[in-house]
Structure formats: C-alpha cells, structure tokens
Design a protein around this ligand. Structure first.
Ligand SMILES: *Cc1c(COP(=O)(O)O)cnc(C)c1O
Length: 389
C-alpha cells in the first residue's frame, strides 16, 4: 500500500551506528530506526543471543508459562519500581492496553463512561483508539468517527488539567508522553510531572506515562519520568526495548496491577520467547556497558555542539531534548532536509514538520556525535539561508 512517502534509498545492512544501502553507500545513523535500535545494528553480543534463541524456541503460546517473559517482567519492575508487566508487539498495542486499563479502572468502580485526559501535541499510535488519543488532525483525517472518551488540554499547564478534571468527573486517567516524540521533542516539565502525580493521588486517577519513545535509557535514566523522581501507575513501552525485534510492554504499579484479570486482554504473539530474549539481552548489555551514563554524556555533547553551531541563527527556534532524544526546531517546514542529510551521508528524521529529530542508537560514540553535528549544522544553515518556497 502507498502508506509511506519513502526516500529513494534501499538499505542492505548495518553495523553499529552505520548503515549501507544496496549500492554500497554508507550513512551515519542519527535515526536509529526511530529510537528502536538501542544497541545499533548487528550488535556483537545481541546477535549470537538471538541466533541461539531462534534455534531453541521462538514462539510458544500464552497458554503456558514463558520463563523469559517472567525474567523480562522482573527486570522491568526492578528498573521502574513498578509491580507487573504485560507484553505485546508494538507501541500502539501497549497504549491500547493502557487505555483498556483506564476504562476498566472506571468500570470496576461503577463509572461506566470513563474518560481519559490527553494532551495537545500527543502521539500515541495509529490504531483507532490510539489515533483518537493522538492530537494531530492529519492523523485523524479520514478515519472518523473517532473513539469517544478523550478530553484534551495543553501540556505543562496544571491549571488546565485541574479545570478539565473538575469539568469532567468521569476522567479516570491522565495519559501523556513524558517527552513528546512525534509532536516535536516537547518535554513535560519536572514540576508538571510532579504536579500530575500529586493530582492523580489526590483524585485517585491513573497516571499513565507513554514512554514508548523516551524510555529505555534514551534520556540517561531508564525511564524519562525518573528525572522527576515520580512513578507512574501505568507505563507503556516499546521502541527501544528489543533493539529492533518488535516488542511492546505495559508496566503497572500497585493502583493498576490487578485491574486486568484472566480473560480481559491478550495477544497471540506478545511476549514470545524471541522478543523476550531481545528485551532481556538489550537491558543486560545496557547495564554491562553503562549505556545510561554514556547516552547522557554523548547526548549532552551532541546537544552542546548543535547549540554552538545553531543558537542565534535566524530561523532556528530552539535546540532541545535530553540525552539522545534531541530536536532542532526551525521556524519553517523542513522535510527537504531528509534527502539533503542522506545525500551528505546522514540519516535523521523530521517530525511535526519543523523539527529535525535525532534519536540514534545509545552506543553512539563521542566521535560519531561530533560527526552528526559537523554534517547537520551546515546543512541547516544553508537550508535556512535559502528563500522560503
Ligand atoms: C512510536 C510511538 C507510538 C506508536 O508505536 P508503534 O510501535 O509505531 O505502534 C506510541 N507512542 C509513542 C510516544 C511513540 O513514539
């Protein structure tokens, strides 16, 4: 189907933070498969582990216990301080599970019209329910009627949250990305997150933090909300958790841990041994190699290099983000930079039309980070110096 506007590039293989196209041309990968390839390409310790798993047991069934599932759940609970996990195959599936939890949380207490508070700029996926939770009208267009039960307010505005909760007593959950990815690298401020935690405790609501993109070490903590010293009740994960093997998870704390009972939810593929092995090994390698501290260091150097090159340049609005989740916001649509960066041997993404996004593998070296900035800064400057179309 014609679902994607693709660049005229076909990729053949990768190694570390480099990829080669079918013509043998090499690119520095600043995109990491959109925050997915946590350990880069063809990681020398992940590959043999996955090969061994494929040759042992790839898929069984959730009719039976899956020891690797229990192992990954225990690790995610240890790292997050939460209690239980459910596994699926993608970000939107993780968010669907979270939304079902929010609805059942209400229904279990006699609220048969539960609503969820969501935010401007949000992206939660492209299923019918998650696109309804998403804020982007382009993502809604053509797919109405939207799923009802969402109330939307601006990000980083606690007064707006309180007002919406007062006006909509059926709201059972507050649902947001700790750092908006597709929306343009917009951070929920620390005081805002702490305020939401307080409000959700006072009003007995679920705080559901979509860490599909910003989680798994990307910001220099296991989960981005840990910078605010809070815990969510429900945390959807996906992208970086399997280093490229499709995987999703919902991790829940005590308020949400027992909402789902046998028969309430399920998936055929979710939690299969191959994906679970990918998750277990990814987290293990991240720990062994100190990739959280590394992502924080390399990310701060990359951000500093981008700021040094771009701050004050007319047309540059802001260099923002944390760790290896960075955005350069411009004052104009900049999709043209995708092809230009590729021509210069660099893979990036452009999101929210005007934001150049960098979400590379967490193994990015300091030299590679410097190379990204050395390629990107002059490209952006040249682009901004041209008359606008
Ligand atoms: C990518 C993303 C999703 C959707 O994940 P898919 O695996 O594409 O379904 C949901 N939420 C956030 C924050 C994302 O970045």
């Amino acid at each position: 189907m014609q679902t994607y506007g693709r660049l005229p590039i076909a990729l053949a293989r990768g190694e570390g933070c480099w990829v080669w196209d079918v013509n043998g041309r090499r690119y520095l990968d600043g995109l990491g498969g959109i925050a997915v390839n946590t350990l880069g390409h063809a990681h020398p310790r992940l590959v043999p582990a996955l090969q061994e798993q494929v040759a042992t047991l790839m898929h069984s069934s959730n009719y039976y216990h899956v020891p690797l599932q229990e192992q990954l759940a225990a690790k995610l609970c240890e790292l997050s301080g939460l209690d239980v996990a459910f596994f699926c195959n993608s970000g939107l599936e993780a968010n669907e599970a979270a939304l079902k939890i929010a609805r059942k949380f209400g229904n279990d207490r006699g609220n048969h019209n539960p609503e969820v508070l969501v935010f401007e700029g949000a992206f939660h996926g492209r299923s019918i329910a998650t696109l309804s939770a998403t804020a982007n009208p382009k993502i809604h267009a053509g797919f109405g009627p939207l799923v009802p039960g969402f109330v939307r307010v601006p990000l980083n505005n606690l007064a707006a949250v309180e007002a919406a909760l007062d006006a909509h007593p059926n709201i059972t959950a507050v649902f947001l990305e700790t750092i908006q990815g597709e929306g343009g690298i917009n951070e929920a401020r620390i005081e805002f997150l702490q305020g939401l935690r307080r409000i959700c405790d006072q009003r007995d609501l679920l705080l559901m933090l979509d860490e599909v993109q910003c989680g798994i070490g990307r910001t220099g903590k296991w989960f981005a909300h840990q910078w605010a010293g809070i815990r969510p009740d429900v945390m959807p994960l996906a992208k970086g958790l399997g280093s490229g093997v499709p995987i999703g998870a919902v991790v829940c704390g005590p308020r949400a841990a027992k909402i789902m009972q046998p028969g309430n939810h399920g998936t055929t593929f979710g939690g299969n041994p191959l994906a679970m092995r990918a998750g277990v090994e990814t987290l293990k390698i991240m720990e062994e190699d100190g990739l959280l501290a590394h992502a924080a260091l390399v990310g701060s150097e990359l951000k500093a290099a981008l700021k040094a090159g771009l701050d004050g340049v007319p047309g540059v609005v802001e260099v923002r983000g944390q760790g290896l989740m960075l955005g350069v916001a411009l004052d104009r649509p900049c999709g043209a930079l995708l092809q230009r960066a590729a021509d210069a041997g660099l893979m990036i993404s452009v999101t929210a039309e005007r934001v150049v996004r960098l979400v590379p593998a967490l193994i990015l070296s300091r030299e590679e980070a410097a190379q990204i900035a050395a390629i990107l800064v002059p490209l952006i400057k040249t682009f901004l110096s041209e008359p606008q179309a």
